[in-house]
Design a protein around this ligand. Structure first.
Ligand code: ADP
Ligand code: ASP
Ligand code: MG
Length: 401
């Protein structure tokens, strides 16, 4: 008998008909003789709706109350799915994150799982119950509910698979696998039969929301066999694993991240220690700095620009404006109308032609590059947000991935 963890995303459990369909997938797996642990996300747009509702009541709610509110979305879907499975005559129990033993740190809104106390889970599985767990949530040491960050149910599923030594972790979603780019944006995107943990981690971290990046990180660490597949169509998906068959394809995919903004400190004195001071200020406020660009201006001045997540832009601006005089800077400018578009694949730096091909495709399309960053496994450019979908398409076409 095997143990399979199956995770269903928001679209997959959006309404009664879909819940019934998910119940069929789960009970079929159970009938094949497996123990099944199911993880669900909130139905459809529930999480977004709850965020909007909170904003009506209080534009700046505490993170603790926000987590308590958001965790309810997954409680609804888990109990409803359990009822659907129960209705088919199968033994089932739904568990909240807390009941399933998820213990996290106290970083509300983006908590990390410390440990899963699995006694209850094991007890239920020993009774041959199907266990439906509310994803995305846990409990901190103060007994408060935490959530794992947007898209975090994937991480709940992989964490359960790792803890329970599951044979397989299946992530059922509204596309039939991982593509070379978001298939809703790039019409020529191709489905991948398999992808390595490293490449998937990079794609997810660079904006491909098909998997929560921390779920991939965890799957790699604990060697969890993972598969992304459609909850709507019965066909093979994409396997995420350590090594894949050698292919000639150098570029694995194109990703876009809209949660970036650019901060520029203009007219800084061109002397040692300035970059250190700026980034020390950012570090003190836990600002997640990504791409950095320093350019030399006129008359011994320089400009320093960097990117950070949009929700941190106001804090960065406030801190830097407060230090303008002491830094000797002229002004700070911000731009939240940008996107980061990246290509991912092994061996970028040893293939100089790759960057040239990417930049040529953007040049031919008349798209201006504001910033560039490269690593062994990716090349990213910062561009105007309005150009980002076109950029993804022309880059994808240029590499014929
Ligand atoms: P779920 O609610 O099931 O967790 P998500 O919306 O989080 O689903 O993730 C699935 C979506 O990810 C797809 O609908 C697709 O638009 C998007 N996506 C982005 N990049 C990719 C990619 N490279 N391959 C497949 N889907 C992608
Ligand atoms: N419901 C949460 C979200 O919308 C978690 C998830 O879907 O994975 O982000
Ligand atoms: Mg998701």
């Amino acid at each position: 008998m095997g143990l399979i963890v199956q995770k269903f995303g928001g679209t997959s459990v959006a309404n009664t008909e879909r819940l019934f369909h998910v119940a069929d997938i789960v009970t079929r797996t159970y009938d094949q003789g497996n123990n099944v642990v199911v993880v669900v996300s909130a139905q459809g747009d529930t999480t977004d709706d709850l965020i909007a509702k909170a904003a009506e009541v209080n534009p700046h709610p505490s993170k603790r109350e926000m987590d308590t509110l958001l965790s309810t979305g997954e409680l609804i879907s888990s109990s409803l799915l359990a009822m659907a499975i129960e209705g088919k005559g199968y033994p089932v129990v739904s568990l909240s994150g807390r009941q399933a033993g998820f213990y996290t740190n106290s970083n509300h809104g983006n908590a990390r799982i410390h440990k899963i106390f699995d006694e209850r889970l094991k007890k239920e599985l020993d009774k041959r119950n199907i266990v439906v767990v509310a994803g995305f949530q846990g409990l901190n040491k103060y007994d408060d509910i935490t959530t794992l960050g947007r898209g975090g149910s994937d991480t709940s599923a992989v964490a359960l698979a790792a803890t329970l030594h599951a044979d397989l972790c299946q992530i059922y979603t509204d596309v039939d696998g991982v593509y070379t780019a978001d298939p809703r944006i790039v019409k020529n995107a191709k489905k991948l039969d398999e992808i390595t943990y490293d490449e998937m981690l990079e794609l997810a971290s660079l904006g491909a929301q098909v998997l929560h990046n921390r779920s991939v990180e965890m799957a790699k660490k604990y060697n969890v066999k993972m598969e992304v597949l459609s909850s709507l169509e019965d066909k093979p998906g994409t396997k995420v694993k350590e090594v894949v068959k050698m292919e000639k394809m150098l570029i694995k995919g194109v990703a876009r991240d809209n949660n970036v903004c650019r901060v520029s400190v203009i007219g800084l004195p061109d002397k040692p220690g300035i970059a250190f001071r700026i980034f020390a200020l950012m570090a003190k406020k836990n600002i997640n700095v990504d791409i950095i660009l320093q350019s030399i201006g006129r008359e011994n001045t320089k400009d320093i620009s960097f990117t950070c997540p949009c929700e941190q832009m106001d804090t960065a601006l406030e801190v830097l404006n407060g230090e303008l005089e002491s830094l000797g800077a002229e002004k700070v400018e911000v731009n939240d109308n940008v996107s980061k578009v990246s290509i991912v694949g092994a061996g970028m730096q040893s293939n100089p032609g790759v960057a040239a091909t990417m930049f040529e495709a953007l040049f031919d399309a008349g798209i201006n590059i504001q910033m560039i960053s490269t690593s062994e496994i990716k090349i990213s450019v910062l561009i105007d947000r309005k150009d980002s979908e076109r950029a993804m398409n022309v880059i994808h076409d240029a590499f014929e991935v």
